[in-house]
Ligand binder design. Structure first.
Ligand SMILES: *Cc1c(COP(=O)(O)O)cnc(C)c1O
Length: 373
């Protein structure tokens, strides 16, 4: 295909699928118990960008290893970004994705922050359509199972000079997914990270880049050492304001019943702007609950739980949807439980409502679903 810089044309993805796809009996066995992120479909999509040709050679090919020169730039300097979204099987057999243009926009924003080439939104969505259509048999039929899509991009220039690369590769792979947490919808315990920060003002916290995850692992390991499931990040400057939980955004529920009100930390530039977070602001207000962006300090969280004003806390993201937070531990602020440590009614209600929209059980009142096949 001819190179172009514009995102307004239709992209042709040439199709050369695997000639030895997984036998259906083997695929069925994987889909019966997919786990998370360990099995992949038969094919992938890739496209290349060079300074002279722009985006070109978009193609669907058999899933397989990449051959990389040891001096490939991203291995050394980390120009690498990714996205995550899901394809859902509806009861009528059709397959939909949820707000894929939002992922495309965030992918482009991440690319800008890392001085990488931006993938046109239309090519991002076209790659998803091509792969899901080809590998549609990998989208599970059971409720709660999905096909997780992982678009990613890295620099491919060869050489050790530190500068924005002059070539990039975009790839899309897909992985059937069961429930994200093997133990089911069970509240998690969290460790407040007083010592390590995820992101600072002016840093890369808003970008979905590989390096943010590398930098988070030591704090996650510290959380595990203290018997906690997940780490909660505080702001870098004061170590006081709540930002996120691991790779998920957070919501705090104040009050209950008709007076329940939700607050999620506002996007300061060091939080990742989650699409689930954004969707829940709307879904909560659809259900008659006030939902605002605000600032929550560690002291507010603790005092709010002790007084009973904070009734529920949950984390949200594409992979795990909504996960209740039951218990908080920290080095400098003590430990406390969120209400009785169980899963609250607002958490359950929002989770069900969002899942019902995504899986077509209730009408898609905000036009969030994108039909694929
Ligand atoms: C991806 C991600 C989220 C959640 O974003 P969604 O679009 O809701 O999946 C939250 N925090 C971090 C750090 C993330 O990487």
């Amino acid at each position: 295909m001819t190179a172009t810089e514009t995102g307004s044309r239709l992209w042709n993805i040439s199709t050369h699928p695997s000639t030895s796809p997984t036998p259906s009996s083997e695929r069925d066995a994987i889909l019966a118990n997919p786990g998370f992120g360990g099995n992949f479909t038969d094919n992938m999509v890739r496209a290349k960008w060079t300074a002279d040709k722009g985006w070109h050679d978009a193609e669907l090919v058999a899933y397989g290893p990449l051959l990389l020169d040891p001096a490939t730039n991203f291995i050394h300097y980390g120009q690498a970004i990714f996205e995550g979204l899901k394809a859902y099987r509806h009861a009528d057999g059709s397959i939909k994705t949820f707000r894929p243009f939002k992922n495309a926009q965030r992918f482009a924003a991440s690319a800008r922050r890392l001085a990488m080439a931006e993938l046109p939104e239309e090519l991002f969505v076209a790659s998803i359509e091509a792969l899901v259509r080809q590998d549609h048999e990998w989208v599970p039929h059971d409720a709660e199972k999905t096909l997780y899509l992982r678009p990613f991009m890295f620099s491919t220039e060869i050489g050790l000079g530190v500068k924005p690369a002059d070539s990039y590769e975009y790839l899309l792979i897909a992985s059937p997914a069961g429930a994200y947490w093997p133990k089911g919808l069970k509240p998690v315990s969290v460790w407040l990270s007083d010592d390590y920060v995820r992101a600072a003002p002016g840093g890369t916290g808003e970008a979905k880049c590989a390096g943010n995850y590398a930098a988070s692992l030591i704090a996650q390991a510290e959380a595990s050492q203290h018997g906690c499931d997940q780490v909660v990040w505080l702001d870098a400057a004061e170590r006081r304001w709540i930002e996120e939980m691991g790779g998920m955004n957070l919501y705090f529920v104040y009050g209950s019943g008709d007076s329940a009100r939700l607050v999620t930390p506002r996007l300061t530039g060091s939080l990742l702007p989650g699409i689930t977070r954004d969707s829940l602001l709307t879904v909560a207000s659809d259900l008659g609950m006030r939902a605002d962006e605000g600032q929550i300090s560690v002291e507010d969280w603790k005092a709010g739980c002790e007084s009973g004003e904070i009734t529920e806390v949950f984390a949200c993201g594409t992979a795990a949807v909504i996960t209740p937070v039951g218990e908080v531990k920290s080095r400098t602020n003590g430990s406390w439980a969120v209400a009785d440590g169980g899963t609250g009614p607002v958490t359950s209600r929002l989770r069900q409502e969002l899942l019902d929209i995504q899986t077509g059980v209730i009408p898609d009142r905000h036009n969030w679903l994108h039909a694929i096949c």
